[in-house]
Design a protein around this ligand. Sequence first.
Ligand code: C6P
Length: 406
Amino acid sequence: MMDLAKLRADFPILGRLENGKPLIYLDSAATSQKPIQVIETEARFYREQNANVRRGVYLLSHEATELYEAARRMVAEFLGARAEEIVFTRGTTEGLNLAAWALGETRVSLGDRIIVTEMEHHANILPWQELARRKGAELLAVPITEGGHLDLSAFRKMLNRRTKVVALAHVSNVLGTINPVGEIAEEAHRVGAVVVVDAAQSVPHMPVSVKELGADVLAFSGHKMLGPTGIGVLWAKSELLEEWPPFLTGGEMIREVWLDRAVWADPPAKFEAGTPPIAQAIGLAAAVEYLAGIGMPTVNAHGRELTALALEGLQTRSFVEIYGPRDPKERGALVSFNLKGLHPHDVATLLDQEGICIRAGHHCAQPLHRRLGIPASCRASFYLYNTREEVEAFLAALDRVWEALR
Ligand code: C6P
């Protein structure tokens, strides 16, 4: 059990008044708030430890390098991975672009097949769309069922020997659906495809072990898991990182350079050209330490409890349309919905006047919204610092919005 009052005191922003009301932040799927431990770790780095990494011969630079590499080890341990398999990126988007580009250089050619799903965030569609266009490969999307799950029989029919990549979200940022990555990976591996997982909405909320997941590549962002912006993680199996050429070239990713050629450093340095996000990586390690201290099963259980409460409340309101699975056990900690006939922006604007932050729009998933037959939706998302009282306040505020705008 978490002591929520004690935990909330770690998040200075939660004391903010929003339009004169206590802030109720229900948009952690967009970005999470940060505990003082993360803020202070990053500030301490700049105050006391700042130097560039991997270059200085002086003590300060060694110390910064050691902190940066310790952050990598910390993230690796959190994921059950090895430190050499952890590449620091700017976020999920960069990680997926890196993977798509490198797989394009090594595995995908004319006439090959790439499979994504209808519920992907644009960050896990567009890099594959671009790759398909560059190589003359086909891009197929696994459809979703009425219940908001992937249609696995359609997926099986799409898989063939020319399928080189299967890329999917672990948890959808709109439907909340938790996808059966293990089952999908097993089938994809049977035809020799590489499985790429967008874990932006799973790693912050549930225990994720790359060994157990069964995928080959996984990307996520630090800012959705209590960490700073500008830092993300790309995990990939060593054999892929060895095989892939670098995505960016420049300083710090080489062993030796001549005017006409170069020898790359070993991974992960091969994929970290230039000065990396040092303070951000160290801040992410503080976030990982914070989450691990609470325990990911506890974080997950809390998110599920709040999601169940929200789902239950939304379902009893006949003016609400909910998207995605109804069973909270099949979901991440978020719910997307619409108030019948109302524009999501109007709903979110009225909630904001009550100090409640939710997201409204297409959540960077336009093909999914098109499939659902709606231009946009509202989304409430929860994290470890949210309370049952906040969810209840949100539901009560929705009633007032409905009364005001119906
Ligand atoms: N989704 C949301 O409100 P970046 O922006 O690179 O940190 O993460 C991109 C991304 C990729 N995949 C999924 C499933 C995501 O949810 C996100 C970010 C935010 O839903 C911002 S659009």
